[in-house]
Design a protein around this ligand. Structure first.
Ligand code: GUN
Ligand code: ZN
Length: 433
């Protein structure tokens, strides 16, 4: 690819404003993003950059460029079960989710849903994601193949669940063999990453949890992805299954699953001791507000996680989550924080959905900030996407525009999504290279 410039308003939040203050916000009202071979070469005010790169081919984009969104927790096989009515976590899994996941034994079905799923991510401006597939090896193959074809930064790994329902169950040996095959086959390809993925404490035997810990130790480049402390019924079942465990987190700790490469979805009902231990081991949390509200799971305490200095990313958690849009998810995160008596600043929210999420997934050196050397994944936001957004943002400050995009925006506000400097989605049609 030749060197190219994109001229637009540009906003990035590489550091957490809660720690770094207002300096964390980088904004150019007339900026230029210079891209070569899929990487950011430079970024800055248009006049300065144009002088530095004379003769550069420049495309003018109407809208606000922000880094591509990072979804820190989502389930691709639940795409067609989003908006399934009427139950909390454990019953919802039995009634709606396990039957849907059983269909992924079929590779054609996996391919079809994987393609649609990645298309939805791109329509919503999401360019990186940590993704649950199913227990089936073929579901991971389908997702990785489709992601490789789109050059997306996707992290996933076969779900381990030897105590799952009969048609959705592996064994310790099958789980390990498939995990090793997948790591061997996909390691280092494109922008893909692997995560050892025990579903949660209740669907794996003690021996499988221990084996997952072993694989995590043996492969220093993979993540650990699971669910933690989401729902009170789940907590009671964990306490019953592990009567000698001090708390939920200690189950993962005893099997070597809590460490600096671990990402725990939800983490709502943790006590202060568990939060402290998460911080101590360098674990990250995926905060999934739409899911937590939809399933009635509870209100995540972001301020408590902040007090402990735990890295936090934002997850849509589709299909318990109700939107693929990180913008809409940030709007719900704001409301959850309000219910906890805290106010989520829109710049901080953008940080959590970009650089912060990337850091939680250990890809912060590659994406999330549009800093020189990073991959050029970015989104063009349209703050006039709907009549109401246009009215609300007319003449508004950047702060107000960004907040309105989070409260009122969704895929309609994503005018285009660029992956490694190339257009991967255009809302209003037009050629995709
Ligand atoms: N805990 C275990 N499995 C799941 C799942 O599929 N979705 C959610 N939200 N929580 C889980
Ligand atoms: Zn989940």
């Amino acid at each position: 690819m030749t060197r190219k410039g994109f001229r637009a308003e540009i906003l990035t939040v590489p550091e957490d404003p809660a720690l770094a203050g207002p300096e964390a916000v980088r904004h150019e009202s007339d900026g230029l993003l210079v891209v070569e071979d899929g990487l950011v070469v430079a970024r800055g005010p248009f006049e300065t950059m144009a002088a530095r790169f004379p003769g550069l081919a420049v495309e003018r984009l109407a809208g606000l460029i922000v880094p591509g969104f990072v979804d820190a927790h989502i389930h691709f096989p639940q795409t067609e079960r989003i908006a399934s009515h009427g139950a909390q976590l454990l019953e919802w899994l039995e009634r709606h989710i396990f039957p849907a996941e059983a269909a992924f034994a079929d590779r054609d079905h996996s391919d079809s849903v994987a393609g649609f799923f990645l298309g939805e991510l791109l329509r919503n401006g999401t360019t990186s994601a940590l993704v649950f597939p199913t227990v089936h090896e073929g579901s991971v193959e389908a997702l990785f193949e489709a992601a490789l074809a789109r050059d997306m930064r996707i992290i996933s790994g076969k779900v381990l669940m030897d105590l799952g329902p009969p048609d959705l169950r592996d064994s310790i040996e099958e789980g390990r063999a498939a995990t090793e095959r997948l790591i061997g086959r996909w390691r280092g390809r494109g922008r893909l990453g692997y995560a050892v993925t025990p579903r949660f404490a209740l669907t794996s035997s003690d021996a499988q949890l221990a084996d997952a810990g072993g694989m995590l130790r043996e492969h220093p480049d993979v993540l650990l992805h699971t669910h933690l402390s989401e729902n009170l019924g789940e907590l009671a079942a964990v306490a019953e299954r592990f009567p000698d465990a001090e708390d939920y987190l200690s189950v993962y700790e005893r099997y070597g699953l809590a460490g600096p490469r671990s990402v725990f979805a939800h983490s709502i009902h943790l006590n202060d001791g568990e939060m402290g231990r998460l911080a101590g081991c360098g674990c990250a949390i995926a905060f999934c507000p739409t899911s937590n509200l939809f399933l009635g799971s509870g209100l995540f305490d972001l301020a408590l996680a902040d007090r402990h200095g735990i890295p936090v990313g934002i997850g849509t958690d589709v299909g318990a989550g109700t939107s693929f849009s990180l913008l809409a998810t940030l709007g719900e995160a704001y409301k959850v924080c309000q219910m906890r008596g805290a106010s989520l600043d829109p710049f901080r929210a953008l940080h959590l959905a970009t650089a912060g999420g990337a850091r939680a997934l250990r890809i912060g050196d590659k994406v999330g900030s549009l800093e020189p050397g990073q991959e050029a994944d970015f989104v063009l936001l349209d703050s006039e996407a709907t009549p109401l957004l246009a009215r609300r943002t007319r003449g508004a400050s950047l702060f107000d525009r960004l907040f309105a995009l989070q409260v009122l925006g969704d895929d309609r506000a994503v005018a285009a999504t660029y992956v490694a400097g190339r257009p991967a989605h255009r809302r209003d049609g037009g050629a995709i290279e």
